[in-house]
Write a protein that binds this ligand. Structure first.
Ligand SMILES: NC(=O)c1ccc[n+]([C@@H]2O[C@H](COP(=O)([O-])OP(=O)(O)OC[C@H]3O[C@@H](n4cnc5c(N)ncnc54)[C@H](O)[C@@H]3O)[C@@H](O)[C@H]2O)c1
Length: 261
């Protein structure tokens, strides 16, 4: 007899890491609601179309899904090649709406795992700059915040910094009020369809440097077990954390000279 069946929502289940996450829980025998803007053949119990750019889509979804969920795996995202306002609305604001809306629909002991990115590594240094963004409660306010930002700073990085910071700030109240944990996973480059867009927006040289440093890019099989663990009861004492899953690349930049072996 396997572990008890759990109820899992995967947002961004149509492709890449999200599809592999949904497949993981489906194979485990869980009830999986696969959510995406596009149709897919991702194995799941039920499918629901939702465009994170539209808060009304998210509201409709939240109104219809009912309660008693164990996990929200919020994976959906777009690269920096998408229009800047869409990057912010999908990667950050859509995640924010889903996380806030799901809190009362998750069981105590349940959790939220959102996929951020190593591109969000600068969140600590940018916290003051992100302050007004975190106060924005509708997409128009997010857009107007964006209009005041330096357009040369990569918006994808901003969106992922905001995901990490928002999750950290939500984690205390979510734990106190709902008994729900919230963590983020920050992958480095991972072999999914989005990677070619990253080569365009971040530069092939950077991605080649990452691969050379750590030996290869990740696959979805490197990332899904981390989402699964953070979303499991075994991770019951972990909340408000960002887990970097990058083969050690960021560490090689931040930790100082390596110990010689
Ligand atoms: N692949 C990488 O190298 C990498 C690295 C770090 C972080 N990430 C992050 O991982 C997450 C998953 O990316 P992936 O690599 O699986 O890419 P992917 O393109 O394969 O999957 C992204 C999914 O998000 C969905 N999506 C896009 N816009 C949406 C919208 N408006 N509403 C609902 N769903 C929408 C897409 O339809 C797709 O199914 C993203 O948040 C991405 O930023 C990826």
């Amino acid at each position: 007899m396997g572990a008890a069946q759990r109820k899992v929502i995967v947002v961004g289940a149509g492709s890449g890491i999200g599809a592999a996450t949904a497949a993981h829980f489906h194979e485990r025998g869980d009830h999986v609601l696969a959510v995406d803007v596009r149709e897919s053949d991702t194995p799941a119990t039920e499918f629901r179309r939702c465009d994170l750019r539209n808060p009304s889509d998210v509201e409709d979804l939240l109104r219809d899904v009912g309660s008693g969920w164990d996990l929200l795996a919020h994976v959906a995202g777009v690269p920096g090649t998408a229009p800047a306002a869409e990057v912010m609305k999908i990667n950050y604001f859509g995640m924010r709406l889903m996380a806030l809306g799901m809190l009362p629909l998750l069981q105590p002991g349940g959790s939220i795992v959102a996929v951020a990115s190593t591109a969000g590594v600068g969140w600590e240094m940018r916290a003051a700059q992100l302050e007004d963004l975190l106060s924005a409660t509708d997409p128009a306010a997010v857009e107007s915040w964006l209009a005041g930002q330096d357009p040369s700073y990569p918006v994808y990085n901003t969106s992922k910094e905001a995901v990490i910071l928002f999750a950290k700030r939500l984690s205390g109240p979510a734990w106190a009020k709902y008994g729900v944990r919230i963590n983020t996973v920050s992958p480095g480059p991972t072999e999914t369809p989005i990677l070619t867009d990253f080569e365009e927006s971040m530069g092939r040289d950077l991605l080649d440097t990452v691969r050379t440093t750590v030996g290869r890019h990740a696959t979805v099989d490197d990332i899904v077990p981390i989402i699964a663990f953070l979303g499991s009861p075994e991770a019951r004492w972990i909340t408000g954390q960002d887990i970097r899953a990058d083969g050690g690349f960021v560490n090689s930049l931040l930790a100082g000279p390596p110990i010689a072996l």
